[in-house]
Design a protein around this ligand. Sequence first.
Ligand SMILES: C[S@@+](CC[C@H](N)C(=O)[O-])C[C@H]1O[C@@H](n2cnc3c(N)ncnc32)[C@H](O)[C@@H]1O
Length: 364
Amino acid sequence: MEHIHGHGASELFQAQSHLYKHVFSFVGSMSLKCAVQLGIPDIVHSHGEPITLHGLVSALQIHPTKAGFVHRLMRLLAHCGFFATTRVNKKQEAEEEEQDEEEAYDLTPSSRILLKDNVTGFSPFVLAMLDPALLTPWQFLGNWFREDKVTAFESAHGMELWEYGNQNPGFNNLFNEAMASDSGMMNLVVRDCKAVFEGFDTLIDVGGGTGTCSRIISEAFPHLKCTVLDLPHVVANLTDSLKLNYVGGDMFQSIPPTDGILLKLVLHSISDEDCVKVLKKCREAILNKEKGGKVIIIDIVINDIKDEHEITETKLFFDVMMMAMVTGRERCEKDWEKLFLEAGFSRYKLTPMFGLRSLIEVYP
Ligand SMILES: C[S@@+](CC[C@H](N)C(=O)[O-])C[C@H]1O[C@@H](n2cnc3c(N)ncnc32)[C@H](O)[C@@H]1O
């Protein structure tokens, strides 16, 4: 009885609310995906001022029977911080009607980076990460712990992620666009990293996807010649330019000789054992070992002590995602250091960047 009435009951209801929140947190993710699919951020943006519900409904290309549901989607999205609400003057229908106010939606920093014409356009990331191909493996995670498949992705699809991309061109494009959209934000920091790329004539972006990051770096450092090395199906059909060329290959097999090597979000997607193999290949490929040649890693570093709770939680989401989809993991500084030493590197310098990532310079 004590648990039903009194103090015990309130604790139990609190616990239940906590569980509800986590059971339904996918509703926030999927509503965000829906907003991107409907193009809501771009509609709000092109309206030029906060848009009323009526204005939004008119601009959305939806079935008339769905018009009455839009405010509920927007109420959640605004609550989650993806849109802001404000009051605007109601358009007067008749002269004698009193001027009144109504609610309108505006962008927030989060929806602003979802805009299509924004260099940091992040919408492809939302669409790819919430694509059925990457959501289905979560249904297999429990079973995966009981069987000997390498990843839950493999349990779901019968093959590993990169092979799935090879066999499904639609997903391959979606995934590569997602990675490119993630790299777009590098624009904002590369110019502040001048010293990091100083002294290089050549840079190889290992696992560089479709080359967004390399393009940004090569534009910021005009003397630098960049090469993107990625799997053949990822770089097929991409055209070389004077300062940026593509090589289809396997980072475990061979990496061409170079002054510097970039590994952005590559090592977090492979196991420790594989990281050591790739890092050893990188070390062999570096030309001027005594004159500043190095590996530059942009990746997550888990830092439980200094990080805010929410950032750490997001990094842990990434970690379990890496466990479910690929063979990788997120690492704390000690884990990274162990890999560098095992691969024969002598020292490293870690610089936290913006957002979730850090920049690590690793010297032979
Ligand atoms: C998480 S993505 C990161 C892409 C890019 N560096 C970025 O940050 O946008 C990992 C990349 O590694 C590539 N990759 C996976 N296995 C590879 C291999 N054996 N050799 C070369 N690239 C590989 C994938 O195709 C993919 O483009």
